[in-house]
Structures are given as C-alpha cells and as structure tokens.
Design a protein around this ligand. Structure first.
Ligand SMILES: [Zn+2]
Ligand SMILES: [Zn+2]
Length: 372
C-alpha cells in the first residue's frame, strides 16, 4: 500500500482536476507527495457558503480531522453511489491539510470515512495527461471480491479515464495507448472526463475540439459510456457530440452548470444522456443547475446522476449537520452525497424527497455505467 504513495510522489504530480474551477497553482511539499498543486475555485460562494481551501493567512483554520467523519444522515438506509470523484486527488488534498493525519493511504482513507456510511460504489476519474501511473495499482486492488471487502471496506471501486480539456495540448499517441489499455480493465466503466472548457482556455480551443472529437471517436468505437466536462462551450460541445456520438450512447454530462436550455437540447437529442449534480447546486451564484433539475423532475424518470467531483464542491447545506464544527471543511468526499441529494430534493419540491432522489440517481448510475 505504501508503494502507491511513494510511486505517486516520484512518478507524477497529483493535480486538482474538477469542473474547471481551477486553481491558483500554489505548490506545496509534504512527505508523501512530491508536489501537490492547490487552488481555490472561482465559483463565488456567498458569505454563508464556504471557501474550501485555506488561504495563506489562515494557516490554522483547518478543523480537526474528526469532522471529516460525517454524522449519520437521516437517509442512511439508501446506498450512496458517487458517479464522479477524483479519489487520489481527494486523498492528496487530505494529506496536504493533515500531514500527520490518521489515514496513510487511499484505502485507509476510504475505509475510515466511508465505512458505515452506506457507500456502495464510486466512479473514480483519471483525466491527466500523461496518465498518473497509480491508476493501475488502484484498479488492480479492486479486482477481487475479497480485495474489495478487505481493502475497500466493501465499496465497489470503478473508474473512468480520459484527457481533460485543460490538458488537451498534452494528448499524444502514447497517452491514448494508456487509455486504451485502461479501457480493457475490468473495473473501467467509461471514457472521461473529456470535453471543452472555454472558461479557462487552458488549451487552445481548436485543439480542445480536436482532442475531444478524437476521444469521442475512440470511446464510441469501444462502446464505452462517456463522462463529459463542458463549461461555457455550449455550441461547440453540442455540435461535436451530435457529429460524433450515436443518439443512443450512454452519456454523463458531469457537474452541470451551463444553461438549462443547453441541457434540455442534449436531453432531447440523446435519450440515454444524464445530468450530473454536485454540491455546486447549493451555491447561490449558480441557478442553472436548479433550473434543469426542476425541468427534469417534471418527467417520469428524471435523468439525474449524483456526484461529488471531490475534493471540492462541498454542499453548503452540510454545515447545518455539523453543529460542533468551527470553520469550514477543507475537502469534499463521497459520504457527502446525501446532502447533495437533500438539496436537490428541496429544489425538486413536491413528490420528491432525499431517498427518492438517491434511488432514482442510483437507477440511472446502473443504466449509464452498469454499476450498482
Ligand atoms: Zn471531475
Ligand atoms: Zn469536470
């Protein structure tokens, strides 16, 4: 197990890779990882909401790590499926905040924080270029039922892999070969996250489009479900997807924050397309996600998936359940899904409650990724 932390530190950087709300690129060192890039997201939260990363002058603001172990949620009987989480980055974030923390590796972290929280399955996301070599060690450690019980505390570990639009300029034949190898792994359930991000334009737009189209073609050839990241690129995302992807393909538009009209056009065109909801739905500066939820719940089977996109996107409503906590949590994790569902149920309103949202999302996770 130690091998993972060591090989990670030597062979690659662990980068925060979430829904484009990147990141100031402050680099810190700590023993287990050579370089961890930290940052804050630009999706402004209100004063009531919560900055997830400490600033330099608030070095002591990280609360005791016991607060990461969440209290039992009222909806604890419904299994949690997190359809989009960056597990290694979440663990890296944890180690950067809690250098002497009690969890020494990813598996300890998962067992410590998820066991007893009814976490049934996670879809881990690998989207760097070059691909972080640790992917194989994690995936292989979930191959047998025995390992999933012993190492993962019974959590079903699945993963997707692709090259994020931020990294498009690093997409090479060699990177694609690694992804193709990963696609054949028994724990791989999709290709992603891939797409377009015009908010940051970390790679030139034309290149983003080429790399997006190329990955779509490969995934379609293999029949792999797609995890799509799109931000402020509605027209091009829609055009390229309609060009490259058969209408009945299984698709997850993750951490949706663009216009509800765009979501609706995609939902209309692709009958197996689903919309991923994260804690960002609870941020007052974002009304798009709530709008599309309201539209979807008017249908008999709303095509919602629940996800954390951890380590960020802490649902702001969670603090009402953490009365002893002074300050804010430094990272998000999978056991927070019921709070995302709570908020979503509140938005959906009549006829919906947290359990029903989670059950519907779990059915949808089965449909898109074949996991349960
Ligand atoms: Zn992500
Ligand atoms: Zn994303």
């Amino acid at each position: 197990m130690l091998a993972l932390t060591r090989s990670t530190s030597l062979a690659s950087r662990s980068r925060y890779r979430w829904h484009g709300f990147r990141v100031s690129r402050t680099t810190v060192r700590f023993p287990q990882f050579a370089f961890i890039e930290l940052g804050t997201h630009s999706f402004q939260t209100t004063a009531k909401q919560h900055k997830t990363m400490p600033s330099k002058n608030k070095k002591n603001s990280v609360p005791n790590e016991k607060h990461l172990s969440l209290p039992a949620h009222a909806e604890a009987t419904t299994p949690i499926i997190d359809t989009h989480t960056h597990l290694l980055t979440t663990f890296s974030s944890y180690k950067s905040k809690y250098r002497a923390g009690k969890y020494d590796n990813v598996w300890d972290f998962v067992r410590g924080l998820y066991e007893g929280r009814n976490v049934k399955a996670i879809v881990d996301v690998w989207c760097d270029a070059p691909v972080q070599p640790a992917w194989k060690e994690l995936a292989d450690s979930a191959l047998t039922a025995e390992d999933r019980t012993n190492k993962w505390g019974g959590v079903e570990y699945w993963f997707v892999m692709g090259v994020h639009p931020h990294e498009a300029s690093h997409y090479t034949d060699a990177v694609e070969q690694t992804i193709l190898e990963a696609m054949a792994h028994p724990r791989c359930v999709g290709w992603g996250e891939i797409g377009l991000d015009y908010h940051y334009d970390n790679s030139p737009r034309e290149l983003q489009q080429q790399v997006f189209a190329r990955q779509l073609q490969q995934a379609v050839k293999l029949g792999k479900p797609l995890t799509i990241h799109t931000r402020e690129a509605e027209e091009d995302t829609e055009r390229i997807m309609k060009q490259e992807v058969p209408v009945d393909h299984k698709i997850h538009i993750h951490c949706f924050t663009d216009s509800p009209e765009f979501a609706q056009r995609l939902l209309n065109h692709f009958p197996n397309l689903h919309i991923g909801i994260t804690g960002v739905i609870s941020y007052s500066t974002n009304t798009n996600t709530s709008s599309i939820v309201r539209k979807m719940v008017a249908t008999s089977k709303p095509r919602i998936l629940l996800e954390t996109d951890a380590p960020f996107m802490i649902p702001s409503n969670i603090y009402a359940s953490l009365s002893e906590l002074k300050g804010r949590l430094p990272l998000c994790h999978t056991a927070m899904i019921p709070w995302v569902a709570d908020f979503t149920a509140g938005v959906a309103s009549e006829g919906w409650d947290t359990a029903k949202i989670m059950q519907q999302a779990n059915e949808n996770a089965k449909l898109v990724y074949g996991i349960s």
